[in-house]
Design a protein around this ligand. Structure first.
Ligand SMILES: [Zn+2]
Length: 262
């Protein structure tokens, strides 16, 4: 069976080498040399005109012009529109390597189901006070789903200083398992809390549709306050946080029904 799907291969040295190979080869080969040809160029152009921004950056609240098209399932023959996503070059290189090393990262898993327990989603820029808000309102017996906490547990690194390059993918996977857990009948927790940054109304709506939370709280903490908190906290990386705070506020849109905290 020469065309066995890639995901059935055991992860190991070969996969790792293959991904490095692909990354190193990418800049040297033209698309024609890779065998995509003219049809692909047309399709590529169409996708980039429909969606000119890097989708991976957008998921992190960043606005970056896309330059390349990624096959989401890793199969370069599957040119269905919903299998194609525009990415900037750094994201494309990073995702290609990571996807092959760890399996696909799912920021917003399509398979999520409505929460069976009362759920509150808390959104806001970095250092807006999301964790503190949850700590203040959650009760013993509540489940708190916070990517920083998960990554910190997995890595043994600090809450805001964990290495995203190394721990983001495993942390997302664990978070998604927890989100899967609250979609099944459970007596383990009384209530659940989910922390996501989500600046855009339509993305908070996506979570609302998927998980059917009781409410979504948005912390409209001014950028100046967030920046000052980052300054005071030696753990938080300054430049990347300043950038993300600014991008969050640029991208922020209000959604009817959100509980706004200022
Ligand atoms: Zn990007």
């Amino acid at each position: 069976m020469p065309s066995k799907p890639k995901r059935h291969h055991a992860p190991g040295a070969l996969t790792k080498r293959a991904s490095l190979q692909r990354v190193h080869d990418a800049p040297k080969q033209t698309t024609t040399e890779r065998g995509y040809g003219w049809q692909w160029q047309k399709l590529r152009k169409r996708v980039l005109s429909e969606e000119p921004l890097c989708r991976a950056c957008a998921e992190e609240g960043l606005v970056t012009t896309a330059a390349e098209i990624d096959h989401i399932d890793g199969n370069s023959h599957n040119n269905a529109r919903d299998n194609l996503r525009p990415l900037c070059r750094p994201c494309h290189l990073q995702r290609t390597a990571k996807d092959q090393a760890f399996g696909k990262m799912q920021w917003r898993p399509e398979w999520l189901r409505h929460s069976t327990i009362p759920l509150t989603i808390v959104c806001g820029p970095p250092a807006s006070g999301k964790s503190s808000y949850v700590a203040k309102h959650a009760q013993p017996g509540d489940l708190v789903i916070d990517l920083d906490v998960i990554a910190s547990h997995l890595s043994g690194q600090s809450l805001h200083g964990w290495d995203r390059g190394q721990w983001l993918v495993p942390a997302i996977r664990t978070r998604n398992e927890m989100l899967g857990d609250i979609g099944r009948p459970t007596r383990q927790w009384a209530r659940a809390w989910l922390i996501v940054s989500e600046a855009k109304a339509e993305l908070r709506q996506w979570w609302a549709d998927k998980l059917a939370p009781q409410k979504i709280v948005v912390l409209e903490t001014p950028a100046s306050v967030c920046i000052e908190r980052v300054r005071q906290d030696a753990e938080r990386k300054r430049d990347s946080n300043f950038e993300t705070i600014a991008r969050w506020w640029e991208a922020y849109t209000r959604r009817d029904g959100d509980v706004v905290v200022r």
